[in-house]
Design a protein around this ligand. Structure first.
Ligand code: UDP
Ligand code: MG
Length: 327
């Protein structure tokens, strides 16, 4: 019989010095109970607090822990990509560092993977400890992108998921710079399964996603997976032209019937401002896409690595890779 495929737990951490010491013991207990070789890969996404020191301490007393440190904060999507790029064998399970995704569900995910699913993802039943605004905006976002995207993106699903080897290989081929991971996972396809779960509050520390970050994230998601807003600009233009035509006919009729006592300054002013607004909106929409196109063509690496420490259990028999690997 083939040896069981290994599993890597991937965790991106940015300023999580308080949460990591609470999370790791829970992970450890879960890994001890698994029927296969497993390791944890922590990616320090350029933290400014003691996250890296905390991670080094964790790695010191657990030989299954590998560490990757990026040269600065590149954002969660890039940090996850950096980690995924280091996983060359077996499957991966992605988890948040703050304990919101319970590690105790890992065996359930693994069981579904063994049944033949390639992408087992957690779907949030509710979000404890998050304000009404975040809940409402997340709810709205998943519905909007669900309408607009040609790739069906599962609702209320975060990055908490297990990906099989072939899903990972598929994902590795998507090197776009605008990385909306939830969409990329969905694009890969294969056999997907949603596992409903209760999302817990953060164990410690605070959320890294404030209003503006979430807003920009939503724009990135929509523009990466849909060109519908560009079409909206076309329809907006058509609708305005039609309205202008109707208004023109109305004005001519009015003038013929009742003459024209040279009025119409307010109408003119309103029309100019209205048309200017419509044009600026359309330009803005084009600009959103153009800006992203600009970022894509520059072909910068997605991240830079400052330090790579494979798990002690592995490095005994494998050669250390150079520390400045990129892309
Ligand atoms: N994270 C990261 N880089 C960032 C921001 C966040 O690696 O620039 C990590 C963070 O440490 C956590 C996960 O992404 O493990 C989710 O972040 P957070 O809990 O702040 O988001 P929320 O759950 O509030 O949406
Ligand atoms: Mg969180």
């Amino acid at each position: 019989m083939d040896p069981p495929e290994p599993l890597t737990i991937l965790i991106a951490a940015y300023n999580e010095e308080a949460a990591l010491p609470l999370l790791h013991p829970r992970l450890r207990a879960v890994l001890d109970g698994l029927d296969r070789p497993a390791r944890v890969l922590y990616v320090d996404d350029g933290s400014r607090d003691r996250t890296w020191q905390v991670l080094c301490e964790i790695a010191q007393d657990d030989s299954r822990v590998a560490l990757l440190r990026l040269s600065r904060n590149f954002g969660k999507e890039a940090a996850l990509t950096a980690g995924l790029d280091r996983i060359t064998t077996g499957a991966v399970l992605i988890l948040d560092a703050d304990g919101q995704d319970p590690p105790e569900l890992i065996p359930t995910f693994v069981a579904h993977w063994q049944e033949g699913y390639d992408d087992v993802h957690g779907t949030r039943l509710e979000r404890e400890g998050e304000g009404w605004f975040k809940r409402a905006s997340a709810h709205a976002f998943y519905r909007v992108i669900g309408r607009l995207s040609r790739t069906p993106i599962p609702r209320d699903t975060g990055d908490f998921r297990l990906l099989s080897r072939r899903s990972l290989d598929g994902l590795a081929r998507l090197r776009e710079r605008g990385r909306f991971m939830k969409g990329l996972f969905a694009w890969v396809g294969y056999r997907q399964l949603a596992v409903p779960y209760h999302r817990h509050p953060r164990v410690a520390g605070r959320s890294k996603f404030g209003f503006w970050k979430l807003w920009n994230f939503a724009l990135d998601g929509i523009t990466s997976f849909s060109t519908a807003p560009l079409r909206v600009a076309t329809y907006l233009g058509l609708a305005t032209a039609l309205a202008a035509f109707v208004f023109g006919v109305f004005t001519i009729g009015k003038t013929l019937l009742w003459g024209d006592p040279a009025r119409g300054y307010p109408t003119l002013a309103t029309l100019i401002v209205f048309l200017g607004g419509v044009q600026l909106i359309a330009l803005g929409v084009i600009g959103e896409y153009l800006g992203r196109l600009y970022l894509e063509v520059k072909q910068r690496p997605l991240y830079l690595v400052e330090d790579w420490r494979p798990e002690a259990a592995e490095s005994a028999n494998s050669q250390a890779e150079p520390a400045t690997l990129e892309v």
